[in-house]
Design a protein around this ligand. Structure first.
Ligand code: SFD
Ligand code: AMP
Length: 655
């Protein structure tokens, strides 16, 4: 097909808004909110300007949009060394221990701030009773003052978290406003602005100079000039075909609005990625994608196959043949693996016995306490996954009477939960070998470009609190970077008019061709973003180990898949957009393609099955520590459209 050209003949030319800042925060989730809070403390007094750009409304944006029921990382009495051991074990032995340790020593302060800002945290009284956050506020000291949380697991604490994100966003917005007033700028929070790509310094291609995006509500192009940027736009969802179809389409566990922007924009700028082969396949309550943590850990529910067998016990020795001692660690992927074995053998449905667990807990409770327990069961989902409560209600499920089916979901790419895909960053200066530290903490291999949360690879299990904390670490280090580089004046060479043409191309395409056919969906001149998304999802599912193949792929399947991925990439130039919302869909897809390709290329390179239960290389089914106990990293060259993959050494730092 001929190349598409935008001459503004069929699309209204957008207003071009140019905004100059020192620190640019891309995203408005846990990590960027942490960064906004922290940078204000160090940057404002130095006269440095901070700007945050979120594709959505920050009060309810990102993974915590609906709220959460637990904070999954709170160390309390545990040491950072313990935390490293836990993360290492869950991520099958390979993790950047410097980054994990660093997070472990800082994360609790973020949780203390959340409580100070108003987040209700469950507490345990002196005599061992459990209090809701609101009741606890009246009688118990704060965590910082020695209050005892309600631990669901060793690392997790329970919260009443429906408004978690609103609380965290408020603190971030107050910090931004403080900075805005002090520096005298008109605006420094841009909501509903989607960043499409990053811009490099014309004199130093390894340095960030800005970013470009558009408003999803008004015909406006935004060009941001900056001296340092934090790219923390979450993980990647909807890259793979979802289990949810038809009336359930759009439901996923992780936030559908995070589309791999972090990985794609970093890769396109030339930042080194790490462990992009990793993915997260969460076991979830079937169809509503309700998380299982509170059920397994707090309510102590057990899951079995249809024969009443516990797959974690019955399938363990068979798994040992391929995965050796790794089965004893029982990390998240291994638990999946043992469950999937039963499912493949037709021993499903796998059910979690919420009924038995609640009945057991109720044995020693008063009727009032039992009612409260039932409310907690519903609240777990009403706080963070409302659709699951809907699925329960629609299917007449009363959790205290009826067990629920479990299902492993479609794969997500992320670096903050039980996964470690992401960008290769410099670690703290006091821990770790020189090869893990080349600059400022959490700076990528591109000068001035930092990341946090889902963006930082090779260090998972940060969750909401850790992502906030990591944003703070990155934020503080961005300020150091700026103070050390006061004379830098990065400039990008891209012309604003040309950027506008590129970003709004899909709208011009729509305007030019949509009347060519009677059904605007079927048109030889363009592809609608929803169709391209389905094509990508099918390709990833068929060839890169999605739900359709029980997560199985191989070298030959991947090689076949790359041919289709290449064509999808080509065709992405022909996406159309009827309106700004569809323009958003088009660029989200573009980011998904780049992130998905990175994932596939990394899986192709790592010739072993490091994460059984997340994905399998059929041609290399075992774990191969001798050759692959290392990081797999990559660099993408956009000019030549080529990927360079290589190994980096894993150093164990904590015994
Ligand atoms: O139950 C652009 N998470 C849980 N964490 C916990 O601590 N406890 C839990 O209970 C957790 N569980 C859970 C969790 C997530 C979800 C969805 C559910 C349940 C249902 C994980 C955490 O939420 C997660 O680790 C952090 O939020 C990650 O933080 P961060 O900052 O890396 O990502 P984000 O918060 O999603 O924010 C991303 C932001 O980027 C914006 N954005 N902005 C501009 N331009 C673009 N191109 C952009 N693309 C994205 C987004 O709008 C957003 O603001 S449980 O399962 O275990
Ligand atoms: P989830 O709700 O599955 O996202 O998990 C929340 C937290 O509970 C994470 O820290 C998980 O690692 C942990 N978790 C979930 N299920 C189990 C389980 N069966 N055993 C141990 N930990 C679990």
């Amino acid at each position: 097909m001929e190349a598409k050209i935008n001459n503004w003949e069929h699309c209204e030319k957008p207003e071009i808004v140019v905004h100059e800042t020192d620190i640019l925060l891309i995203g408005g989730g846990m990590a960027c909110c942490g960064a906004a809070f922290e940078t204000d403390r160090w940057a404002t007094s130095q006269g440095l300007r901070i700007t945050m750009v979120d594709k959505a409304a920050t009060d309810r944006s990102g993974a915590v949009a609906q709220g959460l029921s637990a904070i999954n990382t709170y160390l309390g009495d545990n040491s950072p060394e313990d935390y490293v051991r836990y993360v290492r074990q869950d991520l099958m032995g390979i993790t950047r221990e410097d980054l994990v340790y660093d997070l472990g020593r800082h994360v609790d302060d973020s949780v203390h701030r959340f409580e100070e800002w108003g987040l209700p945290i469950w507490k345990t009284t002196e005599d061992g009773r459990r209090l809701d956050g609101a009741a606890a506020k009246r009688s118990e000291p704060s965590l910082e003052d020695g209050g005892k949380p309600v631990r669901s697991g060793r690392w997790q604490i329970m919260i009443n978290g429906e408004s978690y994100k609103v609380v965290v966003a408020e603190a971030a917005k107050l910090a931004l406003e403080n900075n805005r007033k002090a520096t005298g700028v008109d605006q420094n929070l841009f909501e509903r602005v989607f960043i499409v790509k990053l811009l490099k310094d014309e004199n130093d291609p390894d340095r960030i100079a800005g970013a470009v995006g558009f408003s999803v509500r008004e015909q406006k192009l935004y060009v941001f000039k900056c001296k340092a940027a934090l790219l923390a736009a979450g993980g990647a969802v909807n890259v793979f075909k979802t289990r949810a179809t038809g009336e359930g389409q759009g439901r996923a566990w992780f936030p559908v609005w995070n589309a791999g922007s972090t990985y794609a924009m970093a890769a396109e700028l030339g930042a080194e990625l790490t462990m992009m082969e990793n993915r997260f396949v969460p076991t979830r309550f079937k169809d509503g994608y309700g998380p299982v943590g509170a059920w397994f850990l707090l309510f102590k529910a057990k899951a079995t196959n249809a024969l009443g067998e516990e797959y974690e016990v019955t399938n363990k020795e068979e798994a040992r043949k391929l995965y050796g001692d790794y089965v004893d660690n029982m990390g998240t992927c291994m638990r999946n693996h043992l469950m999937i074995q039963d499912m493949k053998e037709g021993k499903g449905p796998i059910k979690i016995h919420t009924d038995k667990a609640m009945q057991k807990l109720a044995e020693t409770m008063t009727p009032k306490e039992i009612k409260h327990l039932e409310a907690e069961a519903w609240e777990d989902f009403l706080d963070m996954t409302v659709a699951q409560a809907g699925v329960w209600a629609a299917n007449n499920v009363e959790p205290e009477k009826t067990p629920s089916e479990l299902m492993p979901s479609e794969p997500y790419l992320l670096g903050s939960h039980a996964g470690c895909a992401g960008i290769w960053v410099s670690g703290p200066e006091d821990i770790g070998p020189d090869e893990y530290h080349w600059g400022y903490n959490r700076m990528t291999t591109v000068k001035g470009l930092f990341t946090a949360g889902d963006g930082v690879g090779a260090s998972g299990h940060k969750f909401s609190s850790g992502s906030h904390s990591e944003g703070r670490i990155a934020g503080k280090n961005m300020v150091s970077f700026l103070l050390d580089h006061k004379d830098d004046d990065p400039q990008f060479s891209e012309d604003h008019e040309e950027l506008a043409k590129e970003v709004f191309m899909p709208m011009e395409t729509w305007g030019k061709y949509n009347e060519y056919t009677t059904d605007a969906n079927i048109n030889p001149h363009y592809i609608r973003p929803s169709m391209l998304q389905q094509r990508l999802q099918k390709c990833m599912d068929d060839y890169v180990g999605g739900v359709g193949t029980w997560y199985m792929t191989s070298g030959t399947m991947l090689d076949e898949g790359f041919k289709y991925l290449e064509m999808i990439k080509e065709d992405s130039q022909h996406m159309c957009a009827e309106n700004l919302h569809e323009l958003l869909r088009a660029w989200e897809n573009y980011h998904r393609i780049v992130a998905g390709e990175a994932h596939a290329r990394h899986i192709r390179f790592r010739e072993e099955t490091r994460y059984p239960g997340y994905y399998y290389r059929g041609d290399h089914l075992a774990i191969d520590d001798e050759n692959w106990k290392c990081f797999v990293n990559s660099k993408y060259d956009k000019e030549t459209n080529s990927w360079d993959l290589f190994k980096r050494t894993y150093h164990q730092l904590v015994p």
